[in-house]
Design a protein around this ligand. Structure first.
Ligand code: IVH
Length: 757
């Protein structure tokens, strides 16, 4: 295929970007197969890198267009070849490890011996948390950040300067520093930021990270700094490389100077004057580990006196003056008290281990995931044995591990400690929440409840999804409130959210007289006496009882929010206003909010853009349910595959589901999504089908051009088709177009239409 020059990213419009992402994904996938599977590379490494770089750059500018199976996700980090190399002026070294208290005592004794110190000679060490991130060297010349480099092999690292400049905690200018100063430290991500990033990744259909360290590494090693800029990275300075003049006389004072230049240094750093004090500090840091808000994997001890450090020098890859005292692996054994089944939004039954609480890596763990029924049974999804085929049973003694901030997992089981009474776990085949059948489709490792909306677990999870940030995002109506409102019976399905206010007003109207009476009943005197009688009478109570009266009021089906929840009138009014505000909703948000399996935020956007309006989308869904050929309308959308299309069509044509969605839609003012190109063209709003061969451009390019001009490109001809472009070899589609009387043009006509004749 002839190369066309790349359109500058800044001038790409959405349609062109979307088309190019699809094309790039195809080309990268083909190149991967040729290289890895066929051992027969079809393009040079440089060209391959260029494709990946362009893909990332387009994704960074249009994150919502990122494909669910983006090639950016196929390799964890960008290929190292993509970064320029930096030769470190001073090697970036690693640290020796200590795993026990004895190791630490030996380290101290060894240093004393090396330096020839007497028992009575003072020797101080700093003790500071060992941050679990990735190390970075920042070179400042004349106070300006010149280069930022990863460690690489210690001698040569990768130049990530543009990326480092986007990190708030890395100053680009520092005052009062030596002419040359290399500051070294750790790039990391806090637990909170890591959680939020993964949530965003889930919402946007992107890849999630296993732990904060991976997230930090993946975010820093991006060929496009725009991606790094969008990631919440932080930096602790703890060391230095080349300096044109000494920073200080001690480690602690040097850290103070770094702090003075504007760097974050760890405030848990302390000075210890003996091995005993070092170990005490270790225990203190380990105990507080969970409260730090970021991952650490040990404590680093460094000789404080920089003169002594210089004397001690280095072994081949580690300094003699420092050591990392590692925390024990984050593993623990405990009793598996029970296996509970949680039911998610799509009905997935997830087994959760309820554990006798145990500390794993400084965090008390009482729940852990057991993945799925195969995992419990001791096999993987292909039926092969895991854990030597040992199954997991309630009552078992199990090994739990915590990797970073992710959900703890049950890793192993001790058969020697299995109670005699323990029986193999029988995974439920009916939903524990609603009693519907829970079935496992062939090829699916997950068993799912078939109860749909009648299942309270699914209903609540779906409501939570419905109000989530990327969906309706109703201020004041978060996961907690939705759950509460569901169990109060006020909101059972999304449509109920939008009638909450009118029902609240009705309820208030009904209750006001009774509440007035209740108020008078509470007053002393004759008036109160009469009111009490009247009140008891109305509510059918034998005699007036304040508590019972309140209960009765609640049972009257009232839900004036302010009264029921202890909310002020104002909070209720705010909530209603926030709900009203979201009655006008963009089509893509609506589609995403429905929580249809496989339809994430990105797919919802693709669908919304392709169909423009809710009616057009539903019409296509119904058509596909009638005639499988009409699936072509979905499959023609770049980024929408068979699995997504089938899920969409089956969900939206289920009778109760559809009725519930119709009830919702009746409350909404759905904003149509404008044709991508903005300005109207000859193709705006038209549905185009390409058939046969095109000789002067690829199908992908033709499609991109059509979409850039506001057309929707479909895969099959139907009465909704506006134009067919038929090249040589066109067959049944061209014939069908003729039968239906649809305008058909050849490639020359097409080129004329797009202004390339
Ligand atoms: S000092 C010459 N201090 O741990 C030694 N390293 O396992 C310079 N690390 O490569 C390193 N926290 O990436 C030092 N407070 C700390 C650290 C720390 C984390 C990392 C660093 C180093 C690795 C060695």
């Amino acid at each position: 295929m002839a190369e066309r020059p790349d359109t500058p990213i800044e001038t790409l419009d959405e349609a062109a970007a979307r088309a190019e992402l699809v094309e790039l994904a195809e080309r990268i996938r083909a190149a991967d197969l040729a290289y890895h599977r066929d051992d027969a590379p079809e393009i040079s490494d440089a060209d391959y890198d260029r494709l990946k770089r362009r893909n990332r750059a387009i994704e960074a500018r249009f994150p919502h267009l990122r494909l669910a199976d983006s090639p950016s996700d196929t390799v964890g980090a960008a290929p190292a070849e993509g970064f320029a190399k930096v030769v470190h002026a001073r090697r970036m070294l690693s640290l020796g490890n200590a795993f026990s208290e004895d190791d630490v005592r030996e380290f101290v004794a060894g240093i004393r011996k090396f330096l020839g110190l007497n028992e009575s000679d003072a020797l101080a060490f700093t003790a500071e948390p060992k941050i679990d991130g990735l190390s970075l060297s920042l070179r400042y010349e004349g106070g300006e950040l010149k280069t930022a480099a990863t460690r690489g092999d210690g001698s040569v690292g990768e130049n990530v300067t543009a990326n480092a400049r986007t990190i708030d905690e890395i100053p680009v200018r520092i005052d009062g520093a030596p002419e040359i100063l290399e500051v070294r430290g750790e790039v990391y991500m806090s637990h909170a930021d890591f959680g939020a990033l993964n949530d965003r990744q889930v919402e946007s259909g992107g890849k999630t990270f296993a732990n904060p360290r991976n997230a930090a590494a993946g975010s820093l090693r991006q060929l496009d700094a725009a991606i790094t800029a969008a990631r919440p990275l932080r930096f602790f300075a703890y060391a230095w490389g080349e300096t044109s003049e000494p920073l200080a006389e001690t480690q602690l004072a040097a850290l103070d100077r770094l702090k003075g230049f504007g760097f974050a240094v760890n405030d848990r750093t302390s000075l210890c004057r003996s091995a005993g004090a070092m170990l005490e500090q270790y225990r203190e840091i380990e105990q507080n580990r969970a409260e730090l808000g970021y991952d650490i994997d040990g404590v680093v001890y460094k000789v404080d006196d920089l003169g002594l450090q210089a004397r001690l020098g280095f072994r081949s890859t580690t300094p003699r003056w420092a050591i990392a005292h590692k925390f024990p692996a984050e593993l623990a054994w405990t009793r598996l008290e029970a296996i509970d089944i949680q039911v998610g939004r799509t009905g997935a039954l997830s087994p959760v281990a309820r554990l006798k609480p145990v500390t794993v890596g400084g965090v008390v763990v009482s729940n852990a995931t057991l993945h799925n029924e195969d995992y419990i049974a001791g096999r993987d999804s292909s039926g092969a044995q895991i854990r030597g085929g040992r199954d997991i049973r309630e009552g078992d003694w199990v090994q739990v591990y915590r990797a970073g901030d992710v959900i703890p997992k049950v890793a192993d089981v001790d058969l020697a400690r299995r109670p005699e009474t323990a029986t193999p776990y029988v995974f439920p085949e009916i939903c524990p929440r609603c009693g519907s059948d829970a079935i496992r489709e062939p090829g699916d490792s997950v068993r799912r409840c078939t109860g749909g909306l009648i299942c309270p677990a699914q209903a609540v999870e779906r409501l939570k999804h419905f109000v989530s940030r990327a969906a309706f995002d109703i201020e004041g109506l978060g996961a907690k409130q939705v759950e509460r409102f569901y169990f109060l019976g006020w909101i059972r399905e999304p449509a109920d959210i939008f009638s909450l206010e009118s029902r609240d007003r009705e309820g208030a109207k009904r209750l006001r007289p009774a509440e007035d009476l209740l108020a008078s009943a509470r007053r002393e005197g004759e008036e109160g006496e009469t009111a009490r009688e009247a009140f008891a009478d109305i509510l059918g109570l034998d005699s007036f009882d304040h508590e019972a009266a309140i209960r009765q009021l609640d049972d009257l089906g009232r839900h004036p929010l302010a009264g029921q929840l202890g909310w002020g009138e104002k909070s209720a009014a705010n909530l209603f206003a926030a709900i009203r505000d979201k009655q006008r909703i963009p089509l893509d948000r609506l589609v995403f909010s429905l929580g249809i399996r496989h339809i994430g935020e990105a797919a919802a956007k693709l669908l919304a853009r392709a169909f423009g309006t809710w009616d057009a989308l539903i019409e296509a869904v119904d058509a596909a349910a009638q005639d499988p050929a009409a699936y072509g309308d979905f499959l023609a959308i770049g980024g929408v595959g068979q699995v997504m299309a089938t899920s969409l069509v089956t969900t939206l044509t289920q009778v109760e589901e559809r009725a519930s969605i119709d009830r919702l839609v009746a409350h909404l003012d759905i904003q149509a999504v404008a044709a991508p190109s903005g300005a109207s063209t000859a193709l705006t709003g038209k549905t185009v089908v390409f058939t046969g061969n095109l000789e002067t451009m690829t199908r992908a390019e033709a499609k991109a051009r059509a979409e850039a001009m506001g057309a929707k490109v479909a895969g099959s001809v139907s009465k909704r088709t506006d134009l067919v472009v038929a090249g040589p070899g066109a067959g049944s589609k061209a014939a069908k177009a003729r039968d239906l009387g649809i305008e058909t043009i050849d490639e020359d006509g097409w080129r004329a239409l797009i202004g390339q004749a």
